[in-house]
Design a protein around this ligand. Structure first.
Ligand code: 26Y
Length: 795
């Protein structure tokens, strides 16, 4: 597409789709017009992919996830469709600022963190690989809350991404699926009819997901809940206006909000209803599509693979059995077999508090037939395995992890260590019964968004050196290794990083009024705020470092900017205290004339996908400091590695594999191993001992206690200091000394800029394996047993 065609297309949409005269059009109007113009380019390719999938009777992959943390889509589409030049030139001709349009797009934040972002990366990789696949999620009206700070405290406001038209979706009112809850069951022999007492409609909204060079397009289908019977006119006419609108309001609450719930299981009925709503609509849609093509349901596992993203859609097993057995009359055992061979389950956490369970009373009330089927599934599983002790329904609850496991032919962990720990902890008994079921698929991230799009300077340097083959064969990044030996090339690598840091410094100055030195180490910890991720370990080290600088301000310190980003779950007081402590520290330290040249603390609010794209390319140091054994994988760690940040980290999650690939000499390792953590935790008084043995740690804790950071309320962080001194489940104190040592190694390494650049470049060169293309290929081979379709010609 030429620039002038693009210009005409933009103007056409401005006038005829948006009804705006160019003379009065605002940023929003231009963005929408551009988005529609770009979307037009996608649609034919998207149709073509669907046509081929039908024509060739391809197996389809269905990715069921309660979360898709998509971020912005405009740039992604423009890059994958190779339209940058045309768009840039068209906008220049129209005198419109491209970056202003990009910044105008709201983030689609339909997820909490890693799990949701992984789903989004997977969608993009599936499209890039030409794998016929479909994502199913919920179209939350309000995505993850917007975070701001008031006096350093986190304040949550609802996220309103749909207050403007969403340019990328197609509404499908004709795809409307009935969803029931409650009611009663009438058994007829082994089968049953379920008569729900409450009905809703799930209405589809489709977003095309276009792969690299537009070679393939898949669909992300998001369900919106709608009332079965809209507005009650009779009530309205009686003047009862609120009551007239009530059924509608109630029905809509189901897709109203994303649970801002990371790792704390909330026994909320609405959440269970959301899960069933999402899963039932998706399964129904899958069966409908299957039956339009085939007439033998026994073929289902050959033609469809259903991946459930954690246990949130784990009711898929019983629901599929219900349809096959109750509705289609298949024998129960056969139905379970078919469902199991179709479904597979990804587990993302070992934290006991994040493993979902639902009380049998609630489940029995909302999903009476499913409750019966779960008992029969348990019963069948006991007969199959000859054991009685592993049941999904146990101790008055339904354990969704167990249900997911029993109803899947494969269960996967998301990093090598995590998968091994699954076998010895959460799924120990089940693993012994089914030794072939657990497999590993180490997570990945899409290099299109997480290098090509977010870091254009580094991307063009790489492409100039080795061509653009790395974009869809990220392992090719290793071809830059020979270039790393060339000092002139390394200088350019360092210059790209420096320019990214200058950009970020300018943004920090403009938005937060904090001056930071672009030559300092940009030390970044971005992720959800959680004790296991140990932002407080980083904070304690920051305090100790600040104190040493104050003791001796002229000792030639290596300047650092500590950058934090992340949201705390609204009810998680401890995490919110950590956020406030970071902000209190920033206020005190950034205005300390003795230290502020050497140490700054920056916590930009509202960390989201777009902010990640701004921060990650500018990072020198990636903080991956979770308590070993707690972080299933991490994916931010991969993005930072790809962008040439060196990791300071524990042997946890995918850090283990990152270190193996980039080389131990290019990674700052510290801390206890998962085994050592378990052993140490059993030792009484481990925290007190660690504090007694490290005067820096003791002094940092004392500083918090003294109220230096909260002079108006010295006891503000009492719960943090008390918890760390006495309980310290996450081993912050016991790992502090080694963390301190590793941080000083970072300082030393950074004083040799050439060697640092070399290490950074090697991180980029060796991070290609962490492409989600590789991950998806792994799922295709080991779990989905499917291959990619021949793709449409390059855009
Ligand atoms: C509602 C509740 C039960 C719940 C909601 C969301 C529980 C968990 C979650 C989200 C979990 C999550 O994001 N897990 C992360 O998944 C990433 C992708 O696999 C991993 O990289 C990361 O280590 C893990 O914490």
């Amino acid at each position: 597409m030429t620039a002038s065609e693009m210009k005409n297309a933009i103007l056409h949409h401005l006038v005829y789709t948006l009804g705006k005269d160019a003379a009065h059009a605002k940023t929003y109007d231009w963005r929408m017009a551009l988005s529609f113009a770009v979307r037009d380019q996608i649609v034919d390719r998207w149709f073509e992919a669907t046509r081929r999938t039908y024509a060739e009777h391809r197996k389809r992959v269905y990715y069921l996830s309660l979360e898709f943390l998509i971020g912005r889509l405009l740039k992604d589409a423009v890059i994958n469709m190779r339209l940058e030049e045309a768009v840039q030139d068209a906008l220049d001709a129209l005198k419109i600022d491209w970056h202003e349009l990009l910044e105008d797009e709201p983030d689609a934040a339909l997820g909490n963190g890693g799990l949701g972002r992984l789903a989004a990366c997977f969608m993009e990789s599936q499209a890039t690989l030409g794998l016929p696949a479909m994502g199913y999620g919920i179209r939350y009206e309000h995505g993850l809350f917007r975070q701001s700070f008031e006096d350093g405290r986190q304040v949550e406001e609802p996220e309103d991404w749909l207050s403007q038209t969403h340019a990328w979706e197609f509404v499908r009112p004709e795809v409307a699926i009935d969803i029931g809850f409650g009611g009663h069951v009438q058994e007829i022999g082994s089968r049953a009819n379920w008569y729900p007492s409450e009905m809703l409609i799930a209405m589809a909204h489709d977003t095309p997901v276009i792969g690299w060079k537009g070679r393939w397009g898949n669909t992300l289908r998001l369900w919106e809940s709608r009332p079965m019977h809209g507005f009650d006119l009779a009530r309205f006419n009686r003047g009862d206006y609120a009551a007239a609108a009530e059924p509608e309001a109630l029905a809509r609450t189901l897709s109203r909000v994303l649970y801002p719930d990371d790792h704390t299981e909330q026994g909320k009925e609405l959440r269970l209803k959301q899960e069933f709503f999402h899963t039932a609509a998706s399964i129904r849609d899958i069966i409908r599509r299957f039956e339009s093509e085939y007439d033998d349901l026994k073929l289902l596992p050959k033609k469809a693979a259903i991946q459930i993203n954690d246990t949130h859609p784990a009711i898929a097993g019983p629901e599929l059995v219900r349809i096959l057995h109750d509705e289609r009359g298949m024998d129960f055992e056969e139905a379970v077999g078919i469902a199991r061979n179709t479904i597979s389950y990804t587990n993302h956490t070992l934290l006991p508090e994040a493993l979902e369970t639902w009380g049998e009373a609630r489940m029995g009330r909302l999903l009476p037939r499913h409750m019966q089927l779960i008992d029969r599934i348990d019963d069948l599983h006991r007969r199959e395995t000859g054991t009685g002790h592993v049941n999904a329904h146990q101790d008055g609850k339904v354990h969704m992890g167990t249900l997911g496991f029993i109803m899947a032919h494969k269960v996967n962990g998301v990093a090598a260590l995590h998968t091994e720990l699954q076998k010895t902890t959460v799924f120990k008994d089940l693993h012994e019964l089914h030794p072939d079921r657990i497999v590993n698929q180490t997570n990945g991230v899409t290099p299109r968004r997480w290098l090509l799009s977010c870091n254009p300077r580094l991307a063009s340097l790489i492409t100039e050196g080795i061509g653009d083959g790395w974009v869809d064969h990220a392992e090719d990044l290793e071809k830059i290794e020979p270039l790393v030996a060339d000092p002139a090339w390394l200088d350019r690598y360092a210059a790209a990083k420096k320019a990214n840091k200058v950009d970020l410094s300018n943004w920090i100055a403009e938005t937060m009024e904090i001056g930071v030195d672009p030559d300092a180490i940009f030390d970044i910890q971005v992720k959800r705020i959680h004790e296991y991720k140990r932002q407080h370990l980083n904070l304690l080290e920051t305090i100790a470092h600040w104190q040493e600088i104050r003791d001796n301000p002229n000792a030639g310190w290596v300047p650092r900017v500590k950058i934090f980003g992340g949201k705390a779950f609204p009810n998680y007081i401890y995490a919110k205290d950590m956020v406030r402590l970071a902000n209190d520290m920033a206020r005190v330290m950034n205005s300390d004339p003795l230290t502020s040249r050497y140490l700054k603390v920056v916590f930009p609010p509202n960390y989201n996908v777009s902010l990640a794209e701004r921060l990650i390319p500018a990072a020198d140091l990636s903080e991956q400091i979770s308590t070993a054994g707690k972080e299933a994988s991490g994916t931010g760690n991969m993005k930072l590695t790809l962008n040439g940040a060196l990791t300071i980290g524990t042997l946890d999650g995918a850090n283990v594999e990152i270190r193996e690939l980039v080389g131990a000499e290019n990674f700052f390792l510290f801390g206890m191993t998962a085994e050592e953590v378990m052993a140490r935790r059993a030792e009484a008084g481990h925290a007190a001992r660690a504090i007694a043995e490290d005067h820096r740690l003791a002094r940092a804790l004392e500083a918090i206690r003294s109220g230096i950071f909260s002079p108006d309320e010295p006891g503000r962080y009492h719960s943090i200091t008390e918890n760390l001194s006495h309980h310290d489940y996450f081993m912050v104190c016991s790992d502090f000394t080694d963390y301190w040592r590793a941080q000083r190694e970072v300082d030393t390494a950074f004083t040799d800029p050439k060697d640092w650049a070399r290490k950074a470049a090697l991180n980029t060169a060796r991070a290609g394996w962490f492409s989600s293309d590789r991950t998806i290929r792994g799922y295709m081979k080991d779990i989905w047993h499917t291959d990619a379709a021949p793709q449409v010609a390059d855009a």
